[in-house]
Design a protein around this ligand. Structure first.
Ligand code: FAD
Length: 371
């Protein structure tokens, strides 16, 4: 049996896909879907999120994005939902906008770079941008449309995954894994905390433990994962303000706006190295709103419905750790940093046995001393 530690979007997707294959699996989490996956905006946007130094991440993201439509359709069916639209999966693309001459030049460069990678994007004038998104600021002078980029509501996804697991009879143990059980050099299960609460066993034995505890993974094994704080806010408008994701760089900081079908507009996100701090700060929210207003002035009229901070599981090279750890009995599905929602389908495929170049890029073996 596999025991998965951690029920965020990564652990839940994995448990569901394993169960679908008829493999025995137990998931351990005191509060499933409460970590970074609860905070995430849900952008499935490998192209518009690209940076010049992150081509491997781009390739992982593009591969996983291609798998999202089938993943969402199967999940919706398994969860008893009418269809993938119930997850608010949308694919109108991302519009990356610029204001100043040097930002426009950077967009031109990015467009040429993406073309070389065979990921064509459309370069737009300011007027063309506003034709697509009339609420954009008049000062927007140009943009780049990544037509294939998509997004989803991560909270609907995790709720659907929990429903699908329930329907498939997967055991969900609402407890914390206090430590990994080891026998010689082998991981053989997990010790639960508090032990024996609610009549449950004090420990679970497993043929394979899959560590999917996000930013908390390093508390259980020697893995190079650290928390990267992200503050994000949710606004509400009677009518949707945007039809697609909009992003831009303001005062040197990236900001994005993600519209949901129900009128919610998600504005994110800060990136802070603050350890396990999840306080929402006045400064963080001020910067988000200030920058979002530059892109779409109308945001200041909207009601604030939620502010929250989450912890992304960061790794030294920003790539996830997926696959056997090097310690017998222990596999990893962690370190997804800014892209755990995007990479969830690919992660599950790799742990179900997919081999090849993509799996090799995520292999924990690229770091020494994992145990
Ligand atoms: P988490 O969702 O953090 O889940 C970890 C789980 O492990 C939690 O449920 C926790 O309770 C459990 N756990 C911890 N310790 C233990 C233990 N000892 N025993 C048992 N269970 C334990 N990604 C995208 O793809 N697109 C986005 O647009 C996007 N936007 C983001 C915006 C913000 C503000 C943030 C913070 C993140 C964003 N991300 C985005 C990143 C994404 O949220 C993460 O990569 C993803 O959620 C990681 O999923 P996870 O399942 O590994 O971790």
């Amino acid at each position: 049996m596999d025991v998965i530690v951690g029920g965020g979007v990564v652990g839940l997707s994995l448990a569901w896909r394993l169960a679908r294959e008829g493999r025995p699996v137990t998931l351990v989490d005191p509060a499933p879907a409460s970590g970074a996956s609860h905070a995430a905006a849900g952008m499935l946007a490998p192209v518009s999120e690209v940076t010049y130094t992150e081509v491997p991440l781009l390739r992982l993201g593009v591969a996983s994005l291609r798998r999202w439509p089938a993943f969402a359709a199967e999940l919706a069916a398994d969860a008893g939902l009418p269809g993938p639209e119930a997850l608010d999966l949308r694919s109108e693309g991302t519009l990356d906008v610029a204001f100043a001459a040097d930002d426009l030049a950077a967009l031109d460069e990015l467009a040429a770079y993406l073309e070389r990678l065979e990921l064509p994007v459309q370069r737009l004038t300011g007027r063309e941008c506003r034709r697509l998104e009339p609420m954009l600021a008049p000062s927007v002078r140009g943009g780049l449309l990544a037509a294939g980029d998509s997004w989803v509501d991560p909270r609907r996804v995790t709720a659907a995954l929990l429903a699908a697991l329930d329907r498939r009879g997967v055991q969900l143990v609402r407890a914390r894994a206090g430590e990994l059980l080891r026998d010689g050099g082998q991981v053989t299960g997990v010790r639960l905390e508090p032990p024996g609460g609610d009549g449950r066993p004090a420990e679970l034995r497993a043929e394979r433990v899959i560590l999917a505890a996000g930013a908390w993974s390093a508390g259980l094994a020697e893995v190079p994962v650290r928390p990267v704080k992200g503050q994000i806010m949710r606004l509400r408008s009677p009518q949707p303000l945007l039809t697609r994701c909009v992003r831009g760089t303001v005062h040197g900081t990236p900001v994005y706006l993600v519209p949901r079908g129900d009128g919610e507009l998600v504005v994110g996100a800060t990136q802070e190295e603050m350890g396990f701090d999840t306080r929402v700060t006045a400064g963080g929210l001020y910067e988000l709103l200030r920058d979002a207003r530059e892109l779409v002035p109308g945001v200041t009229e909207l009601e604030v419905s939620e502010v929250v901070a989450g912890l992304r599981p960061g790794t030294p090279d920003n790539l996830p750790l997926i696959g056997p750890s090097g310690t017998p009995g222990l596999a990893l599905a962690t370190g997804h940093h800014r892209g755990g929602v995007l990479l969830a389908p690919l992660t599950a495929d790799i742990l179900l046995g997919e081999e090849g170049e993509l799996a090799a890029m995520c292999s924990p073996g690229r770091f020494r001393d994992i145990s």
